[in-house]
Design a protein around this ligand. Structure first.
Ligand code: HEM
Length: 362
């Protein structure tokens, strides 16, 4: 190895003196040590380190999506998204260690924490904002803005991030640039609508003609089909979709939603495989984050029951609501609602199929 680098000791490299001197249970300070307070502190510190790593990754992934995205960068973004998912998966699992603390053991030191709460985790908020959680979509409690507990510098940084493109917005822009949706005479969305209409008509006919269903069952199936028909029509009605987009009910633009659908349906074609992988990873990230919120809420229920939080929220019910409503990439996840069996897919024109291949030319 080159001599230009000075040797370094393990402990110095990892700055262990600082890290290992950062656990100071307050129960010791106030009289008698509560044994589990050390576990409580270390668990939170471990989470903060993982948040730091997540932020590091999300920054890099966002950078890849900033400009025209090259094939190589798509692969790198995909790889790092996979890493983020593994981290969040671990974050979910890690709660099990803290759950070995009994509710009564927690009560030995809980009062010493107040009003500290995970609600004040700056890095958690940075992660949420960088991914794309908007202030107007946040659940609030007691009229607190989520930045209330931060200093001016932190507030300014969060505000700056809120005004920059989040990963959700960057992915939206990337999807909206997807070629192939209109290709020569081929218009994906009108072909797709036609296929859906034909599929629904065929199903109606099959239900009416079958002798295997009782009349009341036929009626239910027909109603379900009618609902699906209305649902598809609503989604593919661009004007209606744009209105929902402007009201914040959907977070992907119409163009991007159509592109995400196209990519998901024709994912087996080589050119679309990597974009599909990205959509998969993003959906997974949303799923694991929601899972973390939900798991955390259930751990909280187990440990403090229905007591209010040290940060002043109603506790479990606030956390459960965030699990339901703080989803960021939900529109990408639910693109599956629009899917049809492969056999019903519109056949793509040959000229377009040529474009979707990997091709080696000598
Ligand atoms: C016994 C263990 C825990 C209890 C009883 C607990 C309780 C709570 C409660 C009640 C809240 C709602 C805000 C409030 O009123 O304080 C909250 C929020 C939060 N907690 Fe915990 N928590 C625990 C462990 C953890 C751990 C290990 C982490 C990891 C960093 C964590 C991170 C968070 C975060 C990020 C929030 C904000 C959630 C949001 O606003 O979306 N908590 N916690």
């Amino acid at each position: 190895m080159s001599q230009k680098y000075a040797a370094i000791h393990y402990s110095k490299y990892l700055e262990l003196d600082q890290i290992l001197d950062a656990q100071h249970p307050r129960s010791i300070e106030f009289g008698e040590e509560a044994h589990d307070e050390m576990l409580f502190i270390i668990t939170h510190q471990a989470y903060e380190l993982w948040f730091k790593q997540l932020i590091h990754e999300v920054k890099h992934i966002s950078f890849f999506f900033k400009e025209e995205v090259s094939d190589v960068n798509i692969a790198k973004a995909n790889h790092l998204l996979h890493r983020c998912n593994q981290i969040v998966k671990l974050m979910v699992k890690q709660l099990e260690v803290l759950e070995t603390m009994t509710p009564m053991d927690f009560l030995e030191f809980r009062n010493y924490l107040s009003p500290a709460s995970g609600f004040q985790s700056y890095q958690f908020r940075i992660t949420e904002v960088m991914l794309g959680l908007k202030n107007e979509n946040r659940i609030t409690y007691g009229g607190h803005h989520y930045t209330t507990f931060f200093n001016e510098e932190q507030k300014a940084e969060l505000e700056k991030l809120e005004n920059s493109d989040s990963l959700l917005q960057l992915i939206d822009q990337w999807l909206s640039r997807t070629p192939f949706i209109n290709f020569g005479d081929f218009d994906f969305i009108s072909s797709y609508k036609k296929s859906l209409e034909e599929m629904i008509e065929n199903e109606k006919k099959n239900i009416q003609e079958t002798s295997f269903l009782r009349d009341d069952h036929k009626e239910v199936r027909m109603r379900m089909l009618g609902d699906a028909d209305t649902f598809y029509k609503n989604i593919f009605d661009e004007k209606n979709y744009e209105e929902r987009y402007s009201r914040g009910e959907v977070k992907l633009s119409y163009k991007s939603m159509v592109a995400a659908l196209f990519i998901s349906l024709y994912r087996d074609y080589p050119i679309l495989q990597m974009p599909y992988q990205i959509l998969e990873k993003i959906s997974e990230l949303d799923e694991f984050l929601t899972l973390w919120r939900f798991r955390h809420s259930q751990m909280v229920k187990r440990v403090i029951g229905m007591k209010v939080g040290t940060g002043g929220s109603v506790g479990v019910n606030y956390l459960l609501e965030t699990a339901l409503k703080h989803s960021i990439f939900g529109d990408i996840q639910t693109i599956t609602t629009l899917m049809v069996p492969q056999s019903e897919l519109p056949i793509l024109p040959n000229a377009l199929l040529e474009q979707l291949k990997f091709e080696y030319k000598k």
